[in-house]
Design a protein around this ligand. Structure first.
Ligand code: APR
Length: 250
């Protein structure tokens, strides 16, 4: 066993005992938690933003310019995600989330946390399985769920106004849903706050661990590599979420 591995075992044990003693626990996840399920991350080696330009696919301007292209990309991602299953990281988080005083915040739109049975999930960036009225017509205030794969015809139409439907996800340049963001900020009032599999560069999500720290929480990060949040957290555990998370439920 290398000294790095020995040190990590000590860290994981300490984090597990802090989690066990915490009255209020908050976990925030990013794309890295779904990597082991086969869902591509955004900025990793085969990340989506290495292959595609976010500004061409994940902005309101891109949708206004060419809704067909945007929908073809989201339909492709839905087909990919539909073939994926929750992994041991999702399952461990689902069991931690069932404890009183626990909260789970995710940036992911794949809903693998939902499929793993995570209660009360705070979805900051929406869901790829939900659609909304692009024109925000009167009847289109709440997204509706549509899990059809393949999704057709493309682009889908909003049944009430027959206008275009859009993926109910938060695009770059758009603000988050007020109630959702409020719930996430409230969850930073906790004893232990840790992030899993996020590059901690997209705000406001990336600000939550700092908010938790300023409120006195013990903060930790689980990631394969360093992120901009690593120097700020109390503990940065470098390793794969699907290997470490199950150890935290023991
Ligand atoms: N275990 C732990 N961490 C992992 C694993 C793994 N198996 N695989 C990858 N990671 C880490 C990477 O090192 C990286 O730091 O997960 C992080 C994934 O970062 P991003 O791809 O940037 O994803 P995320 O942080 O969720 O992106 C935030 O950006 O593109 C937008 O809206 C999109 O919600 C997304 C937001």
């Amino acid at each position: 066993m290398t000294s790095h591995e020995a040190a990590r075992i000590v860290e994981v044990r300490e984090l597990a005992s802090r989690i066990a003693r915490a009255r209020r626990l908050t976990i925030m996840t990013g794309a890295g938690v779904s990597a082991a399920s086969g869902v591509p991350t955004f900025r990793g080696p085969q990340g989506l933003w290495r292959e595609y330009r976010a500004e061409d696919l994940a902005t309101p301007e891109a949708f206004a310019r060419d809704p067909q292209v945007v929908w073809e990309w989201y339909a492709w991602r839905r087909e990919q995600i539909a073939a994926c299953q929750p992994n041991p990281a999702h399952e461990a988080i689902a069991s931690l989330a069932k404890r009183p005083g626990a909260a789970v915040i995710t940036q992911n739109v794949d809903d693998l946390h939902v499929r793993a049975g995570t209660p009360g999930l705070i979805r900051l960036h929406g869901s790829i399985w939900e659609l909304a009225c692009a024109a925000r017509c009167a009847a289109g205030t709440r997204p509706w769920r549509d899990e059809r794969v393949p999704l057709s015809p493309l682009p889908p139409r909003w049944p009430h106004c027959r206008g275009l439907a859009r993926p109910a996800v938060v695009w770059f340049g758009e603000s988050l849903d007020d109630a959702t963001l409020t719930a996430a900020v409230q969850a930073t009032a906790c004893d232990v706050f840790f992030t899993v599999g996020t590059s901690s560069i997209v705000y406001p999500a990336a600000g939550l661990v700092h908010e938790a720290k300023s409120r006195g929480a013990f903060t930790a990060e689980i990631n394969l590599e360093e992120t901009p949040a690593s120097p700020a957290v109390d503990m940065a555990v470098h390793g794969a979420a699907e290997q470490i998370l199950p150890l935290l439920t023991e």
